[in-house]
Design a protein around this ligand. Structure first.
Ligand code: DUC
Ligand code: ZN
Ligand code: ZN
Length: 487
């Protein structure tokens, strides 16, 4: 038997189901053995006192993405994936963003170029459809899915991105025909637009009014409409960034009816509230993202929804804009909340802030941490078991966590290019001190060891999560719809 290239020795290995003392033997890019007393490897890492976890999978991040108004976000693939790696994440799914009039092939080719040039983690893309015209759905989506992009994303709000109900149904049907997951930013657009205008008319322009301009009811209303559309078509969906207790309750109800509705939340909804927006002048703009952070009671409801399985994923929604005229202050120092770009950095901090709460403070155990931040996103998006677990044959993507290491977030140590951290001053216990990607050291001793462009594209087929239920609604069932054949 060939010797191991690397043995990670004496740590506590944790997966989404178990945690146990074991050595991890790696040959080439994959895990070759897990057990006690493995033979010596060509190289050894001493993991005594450490947790040996699968690298994180961050399934919602905006990287080098052009907004519909033409603004490039602050990161490149190099800076964003470097930040991810330092925070223990080894796979990112970011977006390829179609805008009106664009062809999907041109769009995805461009994002491939950016990622090939810079990524240090592995990556995949969700395609944002802002213009789901007939030829795009009939010709381009099938080719896109065949090329390994088995997830689409649509927005139900934002002026230049939103789809109406009929377009949403077209996208759901196309995803069903081609077997892809549909991810959705679901908020009621009319309410946001109407509230925004009223607030500005009455002179309420500060960043904190961003929270008021997204009424809570935006979320359950849009979730219900989305779920009804998905159920009509019999297409699984992923609801992005759930922020309210009422939104989580709608998802619980749908899942209780057996519908394939998956959902995620993000650290900002688990740890922040609308009060974070309430800062002098435009400073609150750093905490401006959509939907906004809500109340303390929502945080508790979201943790509960995770515990019950109604939400399955904690992603970052990394969307970095610098606090200057290239980003948050693009409309100047007198901007209204409507003129400040939405989003904040999160790729680096996602895992440490969640680990601190779940594992160090004991809210849940380490297996649930792995489940929500690595295994479930890998399963839902067709990356499992290559990614998202530590098993024989899986990629040797490993984050070795020192559960005793304390770190205080500070602007000057951030690795992405937002130039600030929304977690400034927060001290977390537990940090990934060594990170491996496909058996190679990615981060060690606070240093990045990989070259830009060493990350690989992950072509994905949709997994089980994206399989339709096969439950025909009355309107699609020829036995009950006067014989009409609609599929
Ligand atoms: N909201 C989004 O929908 N996407 C990016 C960031 C944000 O705040
Ligand atoms: Zn969104
Ligand atoms: Zn987003």
């Amino acid at each position: 038997m060939q010797p191991f290239d690397l043995v990670i020795r004496g740590g506590t290995v944790a997966t989404a189901t178990d945690s146990f003392k074991a050595d991890l033997g790696i040959r080439g890019a994959t895990i070759a053995a897990i057990g006690e007393g493995l033979d010596r490897g060509k190289k050894e890492i001493d993991a005594r006192g450490k947790l040996v976890l699968p690298g994180g999978v961050d399934s919602h991040s905006h990287i080098e993405q052009l907004s519909a108004s033409g603004l490039m976000n602050a990161d490149t693939f190099e800076s964003a994936t470097t930040a991810a790696a330092f925070g223990g994440t080894t796979t990112v799914i970011s977006f390829a963003a179609q805008h009106v009039g664009m062809s999907l092939k041109t769009v995805v080719d461009e994002y491939h170029q950016y990622a090939e040039r810079g990524a240090v983690t592995d990556y995949a893309f969700h395609m944002i459809l802002a213009d789901p015209r007939e030829e795009v759905l009939a010709k381009e989506v099938p080719a896109l899915v065949k090329a390994g992009h088995a997830s689409l994303k649509v927005f139900m709000t934002y002026d230049r991105l939103k789809v109406d109900d009929e377009q949403l149904l077209n996208v759901l049907q196309s995803a069903r025909d081609n077997r892809a997951m549909v991810c959705v930013h679901a908020e009621n657009h009319g309410m946001i637009s109407w509230m925004g205008k009223r607030l500005l008319k009455h002179g309420y322009t500060a960043p904190k009014f961003h929270a008021i301009s997204h009424p809570r009811v935006c979320e359950p209303e849009a979730f219900q409409r989305l779920i009804a559309c998905a159920a009509l078509v019999d297409q699984p969906i992923m609801i992005f960034h759930v922020s309210t207790a009422e939104g989580a309750a709608v998802i619980r109800q749908a899942r209780g009816e057996g519908l394939k509705v998956f959902a995620e939340t993000c650290p900002q909804y688990l740890f922040m509230t609308k009060k974070d927006l309430d800062k002098p002048e435009l400073e609150g703009g750093k905490w401006m993202f959509s939907p906004p952070a809500r109340e303390g009671s929502d945080q508790e409801a979201l943790w509960q929804a995770l515990a019950l399985g109604d939400l399955q994923v904690i992603s970052s929604d990394h969307a970095p804009y610098a606090y200057d005229k290239t980003g948050k202050l693009m409309a100047g120092k007198t901007s209204t909340f409507k003129q400040i770009p939405n989003g904040m950095p999160g790729l680096e901090a996602r895992l440490p802030v969640v680990f601190d709460e779940m594992v160090s403070r004991g809210r849940f155990d380490v297996s649930r941490f792995v489940e929500w931040t690595s295994t479930n996103p890998a399963k839902i998006y067709g990356l499992y078991p290559k990614k998202g677990t530590l098993a024989i044959g899986s990629d040797a993507d490993v984050a070795i966590w020192d559960p005793k290491k304390s770190v205080t977030f500070a602007d000057k140590t951030v690795k992405d290019r937002a130039g600030y951290t929304p977690w400034k001053g927060r001290t977390v216990k537990g940090w990934p001190t060594t990170v491996l990607l496909r058996g190679e050291v990615l981060v060690e001793n606070d240093k990045l060891k990989a070259k830009p462009g060493s990350g690989e594209f992950l072509a994905r087929k949709a997994g089980k999560a994206a399989e339709p239920l096969g439950r025909a609604t009355l309107e699609f069932d020829p036995k009950r719809n006067f014989g009409a054949k609609l599929r």
